[in-house]
Design a protein. Structure first.
Length: 475
């Protein structure tokens, strides 16, 4: 059943203005929603409907200017506002009340999820309603388990959407498409042929006024624990029978369950954390993270996180997976880089160090490239070529696809309860070790490539977290 009523708690926040409103306008332009659809924003601001529509219109002009004016105006016209404390059952009840089912979107800090879900439970929801939660799902494993118990008391699992917009990105889904629709790739998609996989989301953006959220989570929880682990699942999963909700999510959970649990010593050797100091990014001076407005230096929040994981299964034994994300870096690098093993023998009689093949899925901007070695201009010389293709733009933005799935009741791209808990299990040893200061908090200058590379261990030139392996000098 398609739901025609959406309520957004946190309706005046950055997520709503920057992503949800443009996504709804895109859905309207594509004909997926019509005049029957209504949006209610709810927050603590003492606004009325007219003031909220003015705000929504300004947000759409700013973040959805590429969407036709008629679609933007239609979304604004469908919008209303209610002032509400999201932890108060009585006030929550007035927002969601009605005979028709409602999709309730919690565009809130994760710390408010338990209280808001409890308030919804006490207030009651119309039959066939759905609830949507932004990542991260809980603040640790115990929190995720408790949140799942609260959600199970409120709605059936199929009506709970733990959304991660990365899963709705065209190029992210293209990881599966490229693997499974090409005979040339799937037979070699294993540790026999693949040495390393780098899953990277490096950005030149600094804090950008998000201290209220970011300083409480940091790079590990903001990016690695959810977005990058989801990418790991798509890269490493066994081929599902279908892309339906059960088959796809079962195979993702299998990957998370296979991740080897790290000891304290593993965390020391296989992870890094750092935060940026003052520097220059994109032609602008950037203050040190600890000098940003709203940051409490005593929290020792990291803006750079890097983790290496190993999978204990038949397909991936011996392959290393590096997950890395950082802010205020010298360049944007957002990709999945699949690094194949070197060829066992070269008959050319040369000493050149031929680089192995690399298949790159560019995430933003969307692209696909393959580094291959070919014969050069002179006999018995080799050179490397990069075969690159741009991708057609998606017909819907990622949040548009997610909202459409919510309204239509398709949970295939949402995170199941056991998957949310397994993701915390994977990184809980890292969180614990970092909290106990077992891994030093390094520093890097804003606008640099990140913290300096660690020296390679004797006899291992491609040692863990060696910068040349993680950040190749490619374009």
């Amino acid at each position: 059943m398609t739901i025609q009523r959406l309520v957004v708690f946190g309706g005046t926040g950055d997520l709503t203005g920057r992503y949800l409103l443009p996504a709804l306008a895109a859905l309207r332009e594509a004909g997926h929603i019509d005049d029957r659809f209504s949006l209610t924003g709810a927050s603590r601001e003492d606004w009325d409907g007219a003031r909220y529509r003015e705000w929504a219109s300004a947000q759409l002009d700013r973040h959805g200017a590429d969407i036709p004016t008629d679609a933007r105006r239609a979304v604004v016209a469908s919008t209303d506002y209610r002032r509400a404390d999201v932890t108060d059952p009585a006030e929550v009840g007035t927002v969601v009340a009605g005979d028709d089912p409602v999709a309730v979107y919690l565009a809130l800090p994760p710390s408010l999820f338990p209280a808001t879900v409890t308030a919804l439970h006490e207030a009651g929801l119309p039959p066939s309603s759905r609830i949507v939660l932004e990542k991260p799902f809980g603040e640790d494993l115990a929190g995720a388990q408790e949140l799942n118990r609260l959600l199970a008391d409120l709605l059936p699992e199929r009506a709970v959407f733990r959304v991660d917009h990365f899963l709705a990105m065209t190029t992210v889904q293209n990881v599966l498409g490229s693997r499974l629709a090409n005979r040339v790739l799937e037979p070699i998609w294993n540790s026999t042929h693949i040495a390393e996989v780098d899953i990277v989301w490096d950005e030149t953006l600094a804090l950008e006024g998000r201290a209220g959220y970011y300083d409480h989570v940091g790079a590990l929880k903001d990016m690695v624990q959810n977005h990058l682990l989801q990418l790991l699942c798509l890269v490493a999963m066994e081929p599902p029978l279908t892309l339906g909700e059960r088959d796809l999510r079962d195979r993702k959970v299998d990957v998370l369950r296979s991740v080897r649990c790290m000891t304290d010593d593993d965390v020391r050797r296989r992870t890094r954390r750092a935060r940026y100091s003052a520097g220059r990014c994109n032609g602008h001076e950037v203050p040190a993270y600890t000098e940003e407005d709203g940051v409490d230096a005593r929290r020792r929040t990291e803006t750079f996180a890097e983790v290496e994981l190993e999978l204990d299964n038949w397909r991936w034994a011996g392959t290393r997976f590096r997950l890395r994300s950082g802010k205020a870096l010298g360049r944007n690098r957002k990709e999945v880089a699949v690094r194949f093993r070197r060829v066992p023998h070269l008959p050319f009689g040369q000493d050149a160090d031929v680089q192995p093949n690399v298949l790159r899925f560019g995430l933003e901007p969307e692209s696909l490239s393959l580094d291959v070695t070919v014969t050069g201009s002179r006999t018995e010389t080799l050179t490397q070529l990069s075969l690159t293709a741009g991708m057609d733009p998606a017909d819907l933005p990622a949040y548009g696809r997610l909202l459409l799935d919510v309204l239509n009741g398709d949970p295939a791209l949402s995170i199941r309860s056991d998957e949310a808990e397994e993701a915390w299990r994977v990184l809980e040893p890292v969180v614990s070790a970092w909290e106990r200061e077992l891994v030093p908090l390094e520093e890097y200058s804003a606008g640099s490539e990140g913290p300096p590379p660690r020296p390679a261990a004797p006899g291992r030139r491609d040692d863990l977290l060696h910068r040349d392996a993680v950040l190749p000098t490619d374009s």
